[in-house]
Design a binder for this molecule. Structure first.
Ligand code: KG4
Ligand code: ZN
Length: 350
């Protein structure tokens, strides 16, 4: 079957075509139009601006995705439409969902609303060609993005249980705020991690918030404030060595908490598979340290990391999450009617 995926939950307008055949899947196209340069001027995402950009980008991006996938006649060739229904910015979600409903009606295709976080979880399966049934359950997935930091337990496909989450800032948000404190620009994750490579991760002993809390929740606001106080004391954001050392020490503290808690959850739930997803999954240190810690402490658990190009928001992961939701749904008939009634859910929890 061929699935058209659509994603507009934040500041990326994305469309993709995913084909599933004989238990193998192939990404036929994956098109992402990022608004990052537009929002960089404001130092963060402006929801009204994001929605307006989605409106102009949406149809050309879908067209491009269909063309690249060599879909000549979507009426005949597309079998399912999957769209992000939440969580995300309400006005951005409305553009994707409104477009998907219209296409579902005109093409007479079933329509499925996908949770953005499920997309990030399944993104670990996205290298170019692969079997779709690769996970062994139970699975623990760390979702680390600009809006979320969650540990999600899966007992089976579509059986999600959030076992831990951030009590304040998301880890990606902390990267973004630290970049702002150091005057580096937006988005902060890639900038901080690039400079961190030149710095000493032991230069400053920043806190590892909640690392010993005994549960699987996170907190990153105190870590960000520690960086702020450090900068205020030193007032040296033009000293390159100082900035690199702060980046490296901050990154180490954030990564330590993330992989330690993921490891603890993997042990507690005796998982067979560990996954990583979300924008922060692009962080090389996190990828390396999580893999290394698992190899040492849980050598029998498989660990899948999304290809870096699929760590940010994209529609291929939404198409894949849509496929699983569709496949494991007991009753598929409501999906035929979704063009009438699918609503956005900006605060949708897994
Ligand atoms: O998943 P995503 O693209 O959007 C959301 O759903 O939030 O995640 C974006 C977040 C941003 O906060 C960005 O700074 C962070 O991911 N990020 C990184 C890296 N690349 C992106 N954080 C740390 N290290 C990176 N290399
Ligand atoms: Zn995301």
């Amino acid at each position: 079957m061929k699935i058209l995926g659509i994603e507009t939950s934040c500041d990326e307008t994305a469309a993709a075509v995913l084909e599933i055949k004989n238990r193998q899947w192939e990404i036929r196209s994956n098109v992402v139009s990022s608004q990052v340069k537009i929002h960089a001027k404001y130092g963060g995402i402006v929801p009204e601006v994001a929605a307006r950009e989605h409106v102009t980008a949406m149809i050309p991006i879908i067209n491009k995705a269909l063309r690249r996938a060599k879909i000549v006649d979507p009426f005949k060739e597309i079998d399912l439409i999957a769209v992000t229904k939440g969580p995300g910015l309400v006005s951005s979600l409305l553009v994707g969902v409104g477009t998907a409903r219209t296409l579902s009606y005109f093409w007479d295709k079933p329509l499925i609303g996908v949770n953005h976080l499920a997309g990030h979880i399944y993104s670990s399966l996205l290298d170019t060609k692969s079997s779709i049934f690769r996970f062994q359950f139970p699975v623990i997935s760390l979702v680390a993005s600009g809006g979320h930091t969650e540990l999600v337990l899966l007992k089976d496909y579509e059986k999600f249980k959030v076992v831990g989450q951030t009590l304040d800032d998301a880890v990606g948000e902390a990267f973004d705020k630290v970049a702002k404190i150091l005057g580096l620009g937006y988005p902060g994750g890639p900038l901080v991690s690039k400079l961190a490579k030149q710095g000493n991760s032991r230069a400053f002993d920043f806190p590892r918030p909640m690392i010993g809390s005994g549960d699987f929740n996170f907190s990153f606001s105190g870590l960000k404030t520690a960086v702020l106080y450090n900068r205020d004391k030193r007032q040296e954001t033009r000293d390159k060595k100082y900035v690199a050392d702060v980046c490296a020490s901050f990154e180490q503290a954030a990564v330590d908490v993330l992989f330690f808690k993921t490891l603890k959850a993997a042990e507690k739930y005796k998982v067979k598979t560990v996954l990583l997803g979300g924008g922060v999954a692009a962080n090389k240190k996190l990828r390396r340290e999580l893999k290394g810690a698992l190899r040492k402490k849980l050598p029998f658990a498989a660990c899948y990391l999304p290809p870096v190009s699929y760590t940010g928001d994209n529609a291929a992961m939404i198409a894949l999450a849509g496929y699983f939701r569709y496949k494991y749904a007991k009753n598929k008939s409501p999906f035929k009617e979704n063009w009438r009634k699918l609503k956005v859910d900006p605060n949708w929890e897994l």
